[in-house]
Design a binder for this molecule. Sequence first.
Ligand SMILES: Cc1cc2nc3c(=O)[nH]c(=O)nc-3n(C[C@H](O)[C@H](O)[C@H](O)COP(=O)(O)OP(=O)(O)OC[C@H]3O[C@@H](n4cnc5c(N)ncnc54)[C@H](O)[C@@H]3O)c2cc1C
Length: 394
Amino acid sequence: MSATLDTPTLALVPSHEETMLREAVAGIAAGFGPAYIRDRVAAGEPPTELWDALAQHGYLGVNVPEDYEGGGRGMTELAAVGEELGRAGCPLLLLVVSPAIAGSVLARHGTPDQKDRWLRGIGRGDLRVAFAVTEPDAGTNTHNLQTVARRDNGGYVLRGTKTFISGVEDAHALLVVARTGENRQSGRGLLSLFIVDVDAAGLERQPVPTAPRNADQQWQLFFDDVAVDADRLIGVEHGGLAAVFDGLNPERIMTAALAIGAGRRALAQAADYARERTVWNAPIGTHQGISHPLAEAKIELELAALMMRKACALYDAGARGAGEASNMAKFAAADAAVHCVDRAIQTHGGNGLALEYGLADMWWGVRTMKIAPVSREMVLNYVAEHSLGLPRSY
Ligand SMILES: Cc1cc2nc3c(=O)[nH]c(=O)nc-3n(C[C@H](O)[C@H](O)[C@H](O)COP(=O)(O)OP(=O)(O)OC[C@H]3O[C@@H](n4cnc5c(N)ncnc54)[C@H](O)[C@@H]3O)c2cc1C
């Protein structure tokens, strides 16, 4: 990404506008919380009421340009929405995927028709787009993915398998990365990006049961000669990765936001418990064996939040360094959130594992963030190569 004339400004405290946004989202989320998510998971139903309540006030498309019915703001504001949902115990994975990834990609690479058709709905919050890149055999090596889109009848036909795709049950369409050719010298796939309806003929799905008790489920998708028109190609043919890259920094920022929200929730709950719970003569929070790990987790969390704020500021200004900061924010936030939840569980003793306290449910949610959407090892590879100029190991 090239530097712009705008000098990014890092606001160390939230602006009045951001504070109002956070309070408003927190107010709505308080009416839902973990009990609502547990109920939806048990019913096998998507979190429609929460999604609709947020959409009604324009909070889901806050980063989408105003011309397309969004809020015309940026990742700073969408991250604030994500963090508050995480803090309230009702995070939405589709918020990472739909407005952050698909919204950013369509805003930059969509044709006017594509924007009218899909970006408007994302801006309003009443249309959801999932994101399908991961494959069973390619894994982290996106260049090696095997889903093929071959030209046919003026359009394309997609064939292949995707896995771990979140939120398909509640999405209207999917952004799909597929191979449209191969670089003869490197053998790497030349990739393109398509938008495909979830109910397209030839597209089948089956659930991948996963440990996180999130409202959004994961799916394996089977593309059995799924025909799409040429106007479903986003950006240029073979330009898929370039388009996807524009969605990856928002994806990392949003993952950091959900992680930081979860970390804040766990720490607040742990501190409350440690102030109240007395088993000898003083509250357990008196013991440094309890208070120091919580304080350490708090420091880690605030450092991660600061890096997320930096990533948002750089991304929103279109400035150099957004990739590095987004990766670092995601890495730091996932680790910090895991430590916060783990130490909150320890603080609660046996109650840390009692479902009633909600911490055990949170554990798998934050643990996921060390693996998805990008693993901590791949972030370390990125920083080693791009920030430190070290040789690539793979
Ligand atoms: C809950 C959940 C939701 C998800 N949602 C989506 C979604 O919506 N859309 C989507 O497309 N995908 C989704 N994913 C998939 C996720 O992005 C991948 O699981 C993740 O990118 C890791 O890929 P993999 O599982 O294939 O691991 P692999 O690539 O098999 O890697 C396994 C391990 O080896 C490490 N490793 C691999 N290569 C290297 C290397 N060169 N150097 C060092 N270490 C390496 C990895 O870091 C990892 O720890 C989701 C996954 C989960 C669990």
